[in-house]
Design a protein around this ligand. Structure first.
Ligand code: 5RP
Length: 216
């Protein structure tokens, strides 16, 4: 199966986020992400607003929960996202509290682990036991330059661990090819679509490139 295409909405207002999705971007992408910046700027209610506008679209609430798992997850789950994110630096009790809150609400939402900085493959096995089987490997937005060979090796290694692997950070049309041949679950693009002269055209170009490299 080809990697899905997710748009990261890191706008400061809901109005701007909806504007990005207009003109067909919402139809082209497979997943819509309420980005960390949008949630930080406007609050967790953005997830609910997005769900109201898109009842049937796959939706990510990317708050990168670091603590107070039950309360933080609860605020996001009110918006019925398909995925929510937890940061790998969080205490494992926080991770479990997030997963428990999903279970308590009898929801099918999946928790994703956001990989930044220091973490180990031993921890990955613990996260799986907690119930987190999906990782998002980040190339930091603040990092100048593209994906390094070391980061790409890490993606390859993660793909051998029977989990969903999503990649994000500075990915544009040209860099999609870096992941060719790998069983990536999802490719997240923010600025490369949002800042394009014609976001819908760029989203379609990126999706077509994914299909060209991986098939339908
Ligand atoms: C930052 C994020 C970004 O939304 C994500 O990495 C997309 O970034 P880019 O604009 O570089 O495609 O999660 O925390």
């Amino acid at each position: 199966m080809r990697p899905l295409l997710q748009i990261a909405l890191d706008e400061l207002t809901m109005e701007d986020a909806f504007k990005v999705l207009s003109n067909g971007v919402d139809e082209i992408v497979d997943i819509i992400e309420c980005g960390t910046i949008l949630i930080a700027s406007q609050g967790c209610k953005v997830v609910e607003q997005m769900r109201e506008r898109y009842p049937d679209k796959k939706l990510v609430a990317d708050l990168k929960i670091a603590d107070s798992g039950k309360v933080m997850a609860g605020m996001l789950l009110d918006g019925r996202p398909d995925y929510l994110t937890v940061i790998c630096a969080a205490n494992q009790k926080t991770m479990k509290a997030v997963v428990d809150e999903i279970k308590e609400r009898k929801m099918t939402t999946e928790a994703q682990m956001e990989l930044y900085g220091n973490w180990t493959f031993e921890e990955l096995e613990v996260w799986k036991k907690i119930g987190i089987n999906h990782v998002v490997l980040h190339h930091s937005v603040d990092e100048k330059g593209g994906w390094s060979q070391a980061e790409l090796e890490l993606v390859k290694r993660l793909c051998q661990h029977d989990i969903h692997v999503t990649v994000t950070g500075g990915i544009d049309y040209d860099s999609i090819t870096l992941f060719k041949g790998l069983p990536i679950f999802c490719i997240i693009a923010g600025r490369s679509i949002r800042k394009a002269a014609d976001p819908a055209k760029e989203a379609q170009r990126m999706k077509d490139r994914i299909i060209e490299l991986w098939g339908e």
